[in-house]
Design a protein around this ligand. Sequence first.
Ligand code: PRT
Ligand code: MG
Length: 218
Amino acid sequence: MSNPSGITLALSKGRILEESQPLLDQLDLRPRDGLDDRLLRLPARADGVDLLVIRAADVPPYVEHGAADIGIVGKDVLMEHGGNGLFEPLDLQIAACRLVVAGLPGQDLDALRRRPRIATKYPAIARQHFGRSGRQVEIIKLYGSMELAPLVGLADAIVDLVATGSTLRANGLVEYETIVPVTSRLVVNKAAMKTKHAAVTHWIARFRELVAEAGAAA
Ligand code: PRT
Ligand code: MG
């Protein structure tokens, strides 16, 4: 059960947790007793809020099924999950990057005499992207280090995240096309939007204020 009288907030551990730290600090949404790797559910300093620190890819199912009321997750993970079961009220404008198609320089995917093989941790997004332009591809699902796949001939191209571009460059890969810009989003369980309306809208509003301030300062 999620916190029945309060709010449960699911955080994506890793990069997004780090980048959301300034927001969470200002809202008293850090763990009351500090982060403890062994504890998966932590009371926040703010009254009535519990924090779940989980894998990024697990945030959408936790929120969709109501185990958490609110979550913070990358648009990439949200698109791959399929966003229909969730509200997405706010772009937090952190952990910015973009999803791209990339591969070895000088190659034309459309000139291959077979279906291009695309290695990715985002099979749904990749299939949709190539499908939109009527291109048939073979998807190879990987769980990490996508950049390796074209180098060893596992795939003709990858669909992966790029921020500075230095990882692609370091591996001698180039970007063919951008699929979509990515930032982290606040997501909300649809039922909680009604049953915990006051608390949920309170927290959305507080996040929104901070994002607006950060935008004004930039
Ligand atoms: O490790 P685990 O499987 O639990 O999760 P994860 O690896 O997905 O988590 P983590 O901590 O890596 O965070 C991933 C989330 O951060 C993504 O879902 C994005 O929303 C966001 N994000 C923002 C990024 C990047 N920027 C990013 N640059 N996630 C990954 N990268 C990787 C990218 O895959 C590539 O390998 O960084 C490399 C490219 O960076 P540049 O700067 O060299 O271009
Ligand atoms: Mg990782």
